[in-house]
Structure formats: structure tokens, C-alpha cells
Design a protein around this ligand. Structure first.
Ligand code: ZN
Length: 183
């Protein structure tokens, strides 16, 4: 396994619609392993293959367990999801607003509206198909990552410039940055 470089805007691969995966051989397995290592090294909660420079429809998502034992772990905390060829096959009409950050847009955070609940159809890393419903934070992360493999970044959803702000690590903005999901 290896930590790969996370590309940032304006790298063109982040604007590329990724190709579907058809070969579940060693090259994909290596990519998935590297994506996990890269995401953990970057302290992210989600990563799309585009973000390591590979335009393939592969995402990994893991909501970390809370740092303190007193906090209630969010749904699916600690569970590792590797999704190949994911698509949102259903969603609620209802949306929720939350703060997001992105490893490919360092130093920024913004308020994004996302579907409250979604159903995803995808394949696992061996090609097995599955369908799963997600709600809350993790549903937001999946929407953020599925956007990435379509060449979309979260700021594309924000039309009000007041709803994107810079988060320089340090000072009072640290807490705000921590509250943002980094994906
Ligand atoms: Zn991102």
C-alpha cells in the first residue's frame, strides 16, 4: 500500500467524469488499498479516485469514531465503505444544510444543501452488487464523493459567496474547520 498524492483544484482530473470500472483485478485492488491509506493519512472521511488523479468511479468512506468515549458515535461510525460504480438511485425531496470541506480544496469550508436520505446502488471491490440506504452525515459524505467521480466539487452547489469561507488552520477557526466534514 502507498499514500498517493491528493490533487487539488484546478487539476483537470477533478473536473473529469470518471469512467465506470469493469476490471476488478489487481490494479483496482491496489487503487482501493492506496485510497484507504491516503484518506487515513489525510484525516479525511471520504475520498474519490479522481482525488488521487485516477478518473475511475471508486470512492471510500469512513466516519471516524468520536475521540471521547462520552460522545455518542454517529451512525455507521468506524464502518468502512468501498463503493465501485456508485449511483444514487433514490433520494428524499427533503434537504439539509451542513458544512463541508474537501481535501482537494484546502483551506476552504462551505455550507451545502444535500438530500437528507439517499439510496445507493453500487458494487463492492470484488464486483458484487448491493443497495443501501443512508441518512444524516454519512449520506452527505456519499453525495460529496459521488459528485467527485462526476467531476463536481461541493462549491459548485453554492451560489452565495457568503456561504464559502477560508479556514486557515489555527486560531478560532480551528473549531469550525473541525466541525466541517473533510471529504
Ligand atoms: Zn472532496
Amino acid at each position: 500500500m502507498a499514500v498517493r498524492e491528493v490533487v487539488t483544484l484546478p487539476h483537470p482530473v477533478l473536473r473529469q467524469r470518471a469512467r465506470p470500472v469493469t476490471d476488478f483485478g489487481p490494479e483496482l485492488q491496489q487503487l482501493v488499498d492506496d485510497m484507504w491509506e491516503t484518506m487515513h493519512a489525510a484525516h479525511g472521511m471520504g475520498l474519490a479516485a479522481n482525488q488521487v488523479g485516477i478518473p475511475a468511479r471508486v470512492i471510500v468512506v469512513e466516519v471516524p469514531m468520536p475521540e471521547s468515549d462520552d460522545e455518542e458515535p454517529p451512525p455507521h461510525a468506524g464502518e468502512r465503505f468501498t463503493l465501485v460504480n456508485p449511483r444514487i438511485s433514490w433520494h428524499t425531496r427533503e434537504t439539509v444544510t451542513g458544512v463541508e470541506g474537501c481535501l482537494s480544496l484546502p483551506g476552504l469550508a462551505g455550507e451545502v444543501e444535500r438530500y437528507k436520505e439517499i439510496r445507493i446502488e453500487a458494487q463492492d471491490r470484488r464486483g458484487k452488487r448491493f443497495t443501501k440506504r443512508f441518512t444524516g452525515w454519512i449520506a452527505r459524505i456519499f453525495q460529496h464523493e459521488i459528485d467527485h467521480v462526476s467531476g463536481v466539487v461541493y462549491t459548485d452547489h453554492i451560489d452565495d459567496p457568503e456561504k464559502v469561507w477560508s479556514v486557515t488552520p489555527g486560531e478560532e477557526e480551528r473549531e469550525e474547520a473541525k466541525a466541517a466534514i473533510l471529504a
